[in-house]
Write a protein that binds this ligand. Structure first.
Ligand code: GLU
Length: 478
């Protein structure tokens, strides 16, 4: 997808510009602003792996933005475009994201310059293990220092390799599994981590639509039901967000933008169908029941109610911001709107639910996974049957009442079934995520509504999180 990139600041500069807009409205002690903004350290590693008979050199990074809380947290990205500027921008966003949703971590991010599609599984395992070794030996993977997670180009499989590599290097560490999150369930993962970021986008939108004043600010009305959505990127985040909005909230997914173009259908696309098509054919081209546009980026500018950029940074930039018609944008990706585009959209009255909040579902459930690993027990294991036994007592009483009242009253069968079932890990994770997303949104909403000098949700989000980071530094005596 070709995007017109005009002369714009880099991703990291863009994040800094947004940060600066927010701190200008704050009253921080002199010097603290600079201390929070800068990235503490970025480690670059070049390592060789013998593949196909010759040594190949790879370049990887792990950047630590802020250690006001430890461990620091953030994903590891595998992509050919990975570079130091990008990793530092993403690490900074992790600091603000964790502070906003009260995940007790500092911010970090890692990346490896690689096109994973060029390697087979065994080769990728060798490369990932070697990268993990290089990071772990410098405590850049460590349960109490630095805890990576999946990001673009990585998933459960890579996290399992990383966890195993760390365990091999730290054979007596009882908490070894907490060195990385996003692991498969059988390697210490948690139910609901894969869907978490997309689920968080859904919960964020639900909370936004709970307040008619917010909905009105975007020039919309009503609920998510029937809203026309365009999603850019049907990867893990975009797919889950679109699927849940379609299946559970009645939203209509009218556009899907992918690497090889975009699909558009004003009557709505079947998300599951498109996903299966991509898996089978490697792209969206040829998918029936939709108009295909080879120049996918153009569909970002189509008419819709909600635009969900869920892929790369910088896709909404000075080149296309003025043409974006969506009155509401939710940033499922990190940094999809550049600082310049943000200003144009703000002036147009577009409401943007910012990345550091919108995609925080991933790190939130990562936090639950880390806690699960450290406590060495699955959530719900102690309470579930006890909860069911207590509910049974209520049901017994209601059944007695049912018999007594005869035809006058009876319990609905679904109620009994639903009420009796104790919550399993997945339900608890979703409940914890929902609560987190609601509370974080409410903290932004309050500032957005109450402060006349705060025009947008992004500035509100920065204010909340910078205040939290500043409070941590103050408590440390800095
Ligand atoms: N890579 C994800 C993000 O950008 C998740 C990070 C994590 O779970 O630590 O937020």
């Amino acid at each position: 997808m070709s995007m017109t990139r005009t002369n714009e600041p880099s991703f990291r500069e863009s994040v800094d510009l947004m940060f600066n807009r927010a701190v200008a409205l704050m009253d921080l002690p002199p010097g603290l602003e600079e201390k929070i903004r800068v990235c503490n350290a970025t480690y670059t590693v070049r390592f060789g792996v013998r593949l196909r008979g010759q040594i190949q050199t790879f370049v990887g990074y792990r950047s630590v933005h802020s250690e006001h809380m430890e461990p620091v947290k953030g994903g590891i990205r595998f992509a050919p475009s990975v570079n130091q500027d990008e990793v530092e921008a993403l690490a900074a966003l992790m600091t603000y994201k964790c502070a906003l949703v009260e995940a007790p971590f500092g911010g970090s991010k890692g990346g490896l310059c690689i096109d994973p599609r060029q390697y087979d599984e065994h080769e990728l395992e060798q490369i990932t293990r070697r990268f993990a070794y290089e990071l772990a030996k410098r405590d850049l993977i460590h349960p109490s220092q630095n805890v990576p997670a999946p990001d673009m180009g990585t998933g459960e499989r890579e996290m399992a390799w990383i966890a195993d590599q760390y365990a091999r290097m730290n054979t007596t560490d009882i908490n070894a599994r907490a060195c990385v999150t996003g692991k498969p369930l059988n390697a210490g993962g948690i139910s609901g981590r894969v869907e978490a970021t997309g689920r968080g986008v859904q919960y964020a939108l639900r909370e936004f639509f709970r307040d008619p004043r917010d909905v009105a600010k975007a020039g919309l009305s009503g609920s998510l039901d029937g809203k026309r959505v365009i999603v850019q990127g049907l990867g893990n985040v975009g797919y889950h967000a679109a699927k849940f909005l379609q299946e559970e909230d009645g939203s209509k997914i009218v556009g899907i933008i992918e690497r090889d173009g975009a699909l558009y259908n004003p009557d709505g696309l079947d998300v599951e169908g498109v996903r299966n098509w991509i898996v089978k054919h490697g792209g969206v081209t040829g998918y029936p029941d939709a108009t295909h546009t080879a120049e996918g980026g153009a569909v970002l500018e189509e008419d819709c109610d909600i635009l969900i950029p869920a892929a790369l940074e910088g896709v909404i930039n000075l080149g296309n911001a003025a043409n974006i018609k969506a009155p509401l944008i939710i940033e499922a990706a990190n940094g999809p709107v550049t600082a310049g585009a943000d200003e144009i959209l703000r002036k147009k009255g577009t409401v943007i639910i910012p990345d550091m909040y919108a995609n925080a579902g991933g790190v939130t459930v990562s936090y639950f996974e880390w806690v699960k690993n450290l406590s060495h027990i699955r959530f719900g294991r102690m309470q579930r049957r006890q909860e069911e036994a207590r509910h049974q007592l209520v049901i017994d009483e209601l059944e007695r009442l049912d018999r007594y009242l005869g035809d006058a009253w009876s319990m609905t069968p679904e109620f009994k079934q639903k009420y009796l079932r104790g919550a399993d890990e997945l339900e608890l994770v979703r409940s914890g995520l929902d609560d987190t997303m609601r509370i974080a949104y409410q903290s932004m909403r309050e500032i957005w509504h109450d402060r006349v000098d705060v025009e947008d949700l992004r500035t509100a989000a920065y204010l909340v999180s910078i205040n939290k980071v500043a409070a941590s530094y103050r408590a440390k005596g800095l």
